[in-house]
Design a binder for this molecule. Structure first.
Ligand SMILES: *[C@@H]1O[C@H](CO)[C@@H](O)[C@H](O)[C@H]1NC(C)=O
Ligand SMILES: *[C@@H]1O[C@H](CO)[C@@H](O)[C@H](O)[C@H]1NC(C)=O
Ligand SMILES: *[C@@H]1O[C@H](CO)[C@@H](O)[C@H](O)[C@H]1NC(C)=O
Length: 426
């Protein structure tokens, strides 16, 4: 984005004027919320944001990861900063970073993961200046800094499999060193964040830290009509050291065109080892269903689609269930296809998935595929709601009350996640 080099310039002037201590850059201005752009990468289908770190400031592309424990970046290549500090062993920051593991040289270490490839390494825990953009909910506002933002050093090889140009990942989980916790404590705002992913690979969606309003053009407050469901903690998974910080919700059943799909409901809860349940992921491009759930859902969908005169065509990898687009009419909510409802804590709390989030257009729009993939017979998590199903939906994660607010498709409100006005009023 052209504006980022301008803001880096402005920031450099700002830091210059207020040096030596970057703490001073905060002065007395306390933002209500922060805003970051999130761009879908065409090659990997990952969602990439741009953060500004270091002194002098450097703009970095990092892949967002809802389940990620921390911000990690490649420190081996080109990390130049006068403000980077190592986190010492037995410090408060080191215990925040997790298990407080140390190397001989009194350096705190953690285990950054590339969650797209599931590759993990060990890396130094460090702190450096993070510079962010505040918002009043409608426009970007002035820059603010967190002087000692805790992050983990990854390595150059850990970047393999990430979007081109990405130098790390930004963890948004409930971990105490993930971005939501560190930013809300740095600026004393509510421990909430909201994501609104855009399906466009040209116009970014938006990530907010802090409370709303979340205003999208043309004057739609996307946070004003959310439905809420509890965020669940996979406690059995926690004792296994897994899934501790990820976001689970309680899907109780699935309906297609208002008819219940017959499922093995045991798979929808966690078992004593933390296996099962439903989580939300920005790293999976499409929703992944355990194989028996996948079969039940796709069979029901095919039956309903046939009743709507949709004609099946061969699958197009990674999708198994595809239709000719010929008999399918377009609507404001995407292709008119059977509606998929995820039924949550009771039968009135429903996450409805319409054509814009269920059907993926392939082969020059001649074919529409159901954008769900088969996760095999023994996945750790039975349902992983992936990025495509999240696009143009506002999701607000409230860590203090442990609940998720979701908007359903914003296309119904005649806006999209690409409609935050990033044009600065400066
Ligand atoms: C339902 O799933 C559970 C967990 O995988 C399994 O133990 C059980 O046998 C399944 N029940 C049926 C009827 O398939
Ligand atoms: C499906 O096609 C049949 C035969 O062409 C027609 O009678 C029926 O009305 C169509 N149904 C729908 C839902 O379009
Ligand atoms: C937000 O800030 C912009 C730029 O400073 C201003 O034009 C706009 O009126 C503000 N909106 C609200 C809702 O405060």
């Amino acid at each position: 984005m052209a504006s980022s080099s301008v803001s880096v310039l402005i920031l450099s002037i700002f830091l210059f004027l207020f040096s030596p201590s970057p703490c001073n850059a905060q002065t007395s201005f306390r933002p209500r919320a922060l805003v970051l752009p999130v761009q879908k990468d065409a090659g990997t289908l990952q969602y990439v944001t741009k953060i500004t770190q270091r002194t002098p400031p450097v703009s970095l592309n990092v892949v967002i990861d809802l389940g990620g424990k921390s911000l990690w970046v490649d420190c081996d290549n080109n990390y130049v900063s006068s403000t980077k500090r190592s986190v010492r062993c037995r410090s408060a920051q080191c215990s925040l970073a997790g298990n407080g593991a140390c190397t001989g040289a009194d350096t705190c270490v953690a285990f950054p993961e590339n969650s797209a490839t599931r590759v993990i390494t060990s890396g130094e825990v460090a702190q450096d200046v993070l510079t962010l953009t505040s918002t009043n909910g409608s426009n970007p506002g002035r820059s603010v800094t967190v002087p000692q933002f805790i992050f983990v050093c990854g390595a150059t090889f850990l970047l393999e499999g990430l979007a081109r140009g990405a130098v790390g990942m930004a963890g948004l989980s409930r971990s105490r060193i993930a971005l939501p916790s560190q930013l809300s404590s740095a600026f004393s705002f509510h421990k909430k964040f909201a994501i609104c992913l855009s399906g466009s690979t040209r116009v970014p969606g938006v990530l907010f830290f802090g409370d709303g309003p979340y205003n999208l053009l043309p004057g739609i407050e996307a946070g004003s009509s959310l439905t809420y469901t509890p965020l669940l903690i996979n406690t059995a998974g926690v004792s296994q050291g897994e899934n501790a910080d990820e976001y689970f919700i309680g899907v109780k059943s699935i309906r297609i065109n208002n008819k219940a799909v017959k499922l093995n409901t045991t798979l929808l809860s966690f078992d004593s080892n933390g296996v099962g349940g439903t989580k939300i992921s920005t790293v999976n491009p499409y929703t992944v269903l355990e194989t028996s759930i996948f079969k039940a859902v796709t069979e029901a969908f095919i039956t309903e689609a046939a009743a709507m005169n949709m004609s099946r065509v061969p699958g197009v990898a990674p999708f198994e269930v595809c239709f000719s687009s010929e008999n399918v009419v377009g609507t404001r909510l995407g292709a008119r296809v059977p509606q998929i409802d995820l039924v949550l804590q009771n039968s009135n709390v429903v996450w409805s998935i319409f054509g814009s989030n269920s059907m993926v257009s392939v082969n020059d729009d001649k074919v529409l595929c159901l954008g769900f993939v088969n996760g095999g017979s023994e996945p750790r998590t039975s349902i992983v709601i992936g990025g495509y199903q999240l696009e143009d939906n506002l999701l607000q994660f409230d860590l203090a009350t442990s609940r998720l607010g979701f908007s359903s498709t914003l296309l119904g409100a005649r806006t999209t996640c690409a409609n935050f006005n990033f044009a600065s009023a400066l």
